[in-house]
Design a protein around this ligand. Structure first.
Ligand code: UGA
Length: 432
């Protein structure tokens, strides 16, 4: 049993803190948002993450998980302190580190015994050294501390599973013993643990996300070529994936990646590279292809409808991916704006992202279900591959639409089947 503090109760901090508590540690989660902490104390979680609320409640009841807004309460009672605060996109794609800085200062001010500070937020390479410097400058007591980088590889919507069954745990530090102390926390998970230096650990996180984003842009470029040459990108990806060196993951062509991680991290890595005299050509192409994919969807609508002016477009799926209500960098936002700008009436439906979609697209009408969405639509665009969309009564959908046009931005349906049902159907990269 270790005494752990987690600063930041966003999805990374909350999942990390709760899972460590579930593994038998005593965890205190801290956030400066008093309202959020009050709700968390009652077991009400601020995000949609399957299984998390139940796990939070279980660990509160067991007395292993507590919440506070006070550094004076959290730090003196902990030996390992995780920083898991947000690092929003700042100027020029550079990560904004103001919350990391605030956390480091606040820890330093109340630190009264030796602690290990673990950075979990995705931070530019070199931030670990910077954090150590801040703590050194602000600490009131002369006690030793160590900084460890421990990047997270959690996917939203799958975060608990990813935490409990990691492919690897990466730890970076200038002090091997400190890294090994943190490694102890992960031993019950029986995952490969890699210990390296601080900067390398920080880089592993960016390189991993950038590589996954590259796979997506790669298959999306192949999709555009498939469309022109009459090949089917879905089958191409399957054929490629059998090669063990390639594998099947992250080769789903569609409207491109969104979310709070890939867009921000690829941009930040490109920015860091350029700042240090490198020319990140591949990263730039990855971002460009991703941007163009969203526009391509609107172009498909133009091709099918001649003109979007006065047409009704239904967006089926609004969240940036299934099993989350997260609308950050969701393709739906840009596509909704583009259609509206061309005079279309845009409405949307998502089974979970309702409140978040209202905030991101306040002007957009939201339908109560996919059938209500379909009513009077000249075209439906599928933007999130929620399972429930795979089992819709498509005949009913077609009857409710003004024109039976579907642009499937996630390739959830089969072109032949859709043609048989009487739809004018366009997928992404599925020939003509
Ligand atoms: C991603 C990484 O997968 C995690 O390992 C990482 O920890 C996390 O970012 C982070 O840095 O915090 P996440 O953003 O939750 O996780 O979502 P993913 O499931 O990776 O999907 C990202 C985007 O790529 C989504 O918009 C998804 O629709 C898109 N995608 C994914 C595709 O378009 N095609 C694919 O084949 C896979």
């Amino acid at each position: 049993m270790k005494r752990i503090a987690v600063i930041g109760t966003g999805y990374v901090g909350l999942v990390t803190g709760t899972c460590f508590a579930d593994l038998g540690n005593r965890v205190i989660c801290l956030d400066i948002d008093a309202e959020k902490i009050e709700r968390l104390k009652q077991g009400i979680i601020p995000i949609y993450e399957p299984g998390l609320e139940e796990m939070v409640r279980r660990n509160i009841q067991a007395g292993r998980l507590t919440f506070t807004t006070s550094y004076e309460e959290a730090i003196p009672n902990s030996d390992i302190v995780f920083i898991a605060v947000g690092t929003p996109e700042g100027v020029d794609g550079e990560a904004d580190l103001k919350y990391v800085e605030m956390a480091a200062k606040s820890i330093a001010e109340v630190m009264d015994h030796p602690i290990i500070i673990v950075n979990k937020s995705t931070v530019p390479v070199g931030t670990g050294d910077w954090v150590a410097d801040i703590v050194n400058r602000h600490k009131k007591n002369d006690v030793p501390f160590w900084v460890v980088s421990n990047p997270e590889f959690l996917r939203e919507g799958n975060a608990i599973q990813d935490f409990l069954n990691p492919d690897r745990v990466v730890l970076g530090s200038t002090d091997r013993e400190a890294a090994e102390q943190v490694a102890q926390l992960y031993l019950p998970l029986r995952a490969p643990i890699m210990v390296t230096d601080l900067r390398t650990a920080e880089m592993i996180k960016y390189a991993s996300n950038a590589f996954l984003a590259t796979r997506i842009s790669f298959i999306n470029e192949i999709a555009s070529i498939c469309e022109k040459l009459g090949a089917d990108v879905k089958e191409v990806a399957i054929g490629m994936g059998y090669d063990k060196r390639i594998g099947h993951h992250f080769l789903d062509a569609g409207v491109g990646y969104g979310g709070s991680c890939f867009p921000k991290d690829v941009k930040a890595l490109a920015h860091m590279a350029a700042l240090h005299g490198c020319h990140p050509q591949l990263l730039r192409a990855v971002m460009e292809i991703n941007r163009d994919k969203r526009r391509e969807v609107v172009q498909k609508l133009r091709d099918l409808l001649d003109d979007l002016n006065g047409k009704t477009i239904g967006l089926l799926g609004l969240a940036f991916k299934p099993n989350t209500d997260d609308m950050r960098e969701a393709p739906s936002v840009e596509i909704a704006h583009l259609c509206r700008r061309e005079g279309a009436y845009v409405k949307g439906y998502d089974p979970v992202a309702k409140e978040t979609a209202r905030k991101a697209l306040p002007w957009m009408e939201q339908a109560a279900d996919p059938y209500e969405l379909a009513k009077g639509c000249d075209a439906i665009v599928i933007l999130t591959e929620w399972n429930e969309f795979k089992h819709l009564d498509l005949k009913r959908i077609r009857e409710l639409m003004r024109q039976p046009i579907i642009v499937d931005g996630r390739n959830i349906y089969e072109p032949e089947q859709m043609a048989e049902l009487g739809f004018v159907y366009r997928g992404m990269g599925r020939g003509y």
